[in-house]
Design a protein around this ligand. Structure first.
Ligand code: ZN
Length: 351
């Protein structure tokens, strides 16, 4: 078995007398673990392959040990850590701390991940959906840190979502709160099918998978231009390619992205009319270069305009729609933040 690399220390001058928190983000590819101080600054970071096939007990042991390894990287022990949080993909039962039937984790069904990680690190573990953890990261120290409430939509292979209102994570009575990717945006008989099996869900229109599918359909019926040429020349049809060709001025690529923005706007308006968040953030791999790229800015502007046409004047004026900023670290940062929050609730510490 290969020895995992040592954690990277990012803040060697950190004040280690601050309460310290470890957040763990379990993904299908990697386990990410971060050591943060009380202000949400990342002191050290560690990532290693999940190696799903080694099974959940093995991964739980490594996740638990990551607490001690991060502490050791700054000369401390696991006992010096104040609190620990963990985010995993759903579906899950949050009350019992269990992963139920996680899609990319064959053989992990009904694994009590929260308590197994807790037994390996010696701390109680605050347990959340990974998308909720990412939303909490943005709420704590990311682009929602000035807001009282936010929704994060993570656009990737699927759509993840998290809702935070005044330090409360919306988890639901059955651990299915904030399943915003499965909001119905198209009730028509022609509606596209979501990977969950149901028709008309947001994810069936706005995920990377959905964008590739719509692009392939348009090319199959004779779509022309530089996107069509690139695919004909053998380039894989990906959101990155579509974004690149949109930036180069290809009308079809541009139209595909704007259509996606229009569908996303329908979902965002429903969220605004349900919970009225201060901020709606878009994160994930499929954000077309975000504010740094004309395509990303055009994508956001299209969403913004479509939302404002469909909502109340007050919400049109005051709701902020923007890009998330923490990227792939949002989940581990947010898990640490949720560990911190649970610790504050346990101890009555002031926030
Ligand atoms: Zn669905």
């Amino acid at each position: 078995m290969p020895t995992p690399e040592s954690p990277r220390v990012l803040l060697p001058e950190a004040d280690l007398s601050s309460p310290l928190f470890v957040g763990i983000d379990l993904g299908g590819t990697n386990i990410k673990a971060a050591l943060l101080d009380d202000a949400g600054r990342m002191i050290a970071f560690h990532t290693e392959p999940t190696e799903v096939a080694r099974g959940p007990e093995d991964a739980a042991a490594r996740m638990g040990q990551s607490v001690a390894r991060l502490a050791a990287a700054v000369g401390l022990t696991a006992a010096d850590i104040t609190a620990v949080g963990l985010g995993t993909p759903g579906p899950q039962d949050l009350a019992s701390g269990m992963m139920l039937r996680p899609g990319n984790f064959p053989g992990w069904d009904h694994f009590p991940v929260r308590d197994r990680v807790a037994s390996h690190c010696g701390h109680p573990v605050a347990y959340a959906n990974d998308a909720t953890a990412a939303a909490f990261g943005e709420f704590w120290v990311g682009s929602g840190s000035a807001a009282s409430s936010l929704v994060l939509l993570t656009l990737g292979t699927g759509i993840g979502a998290g809702i935070i209102i005044d330090d409360l994570t919306i988890t639901g009575a059955h651990s299915h709160g904030a399943e915003c990717g499965h909001m119905i945006v198209d009730p028509s008989p022609q509606a596209r099918h979501c990977p969950c099996g149901q028709p008309g869900h947001l994810e069936a229109y706005c995920s990377a998978t959905a964008l590739k599918k719509r692009a392939a359909e348009r090319l199959a019926i004779g779509g022309t231009g530089s996107l069509a040429d690139a695919v004909a020349a053998g380039e894989p049809l990906t959101p990155i390619l579509i974004g690149r060709e949109a930036a180069a001025g290809d009308p079809l690529a541009h139209e595909l992205i704007m259509e996606l923005a229009d569908w996303l706007a329908i979902g965002i308006v429903t969220l605004m009319h349900t919970i009225d968040p201060a901020v709606v953030l878009l994160g994930g791999a499929m954000t077309f270069g975000r504010d740094d790229s004309p395509v990303g800015r055009g994508f956001l502007a299209q969403i913004d305009a479509a939302v404002r046409r469909r909502t109340f004047p007050t919400l049109a004026r005051d709701t902020v729609i923007g890009f998330a900023t923490l990227g792939g670290d949002a989940g581990s940062i947010g898990a640490a933040g949720l560990g911190r929050l649970a610790w504050k609730h346990r101890t009555g510490a002031a926030s």
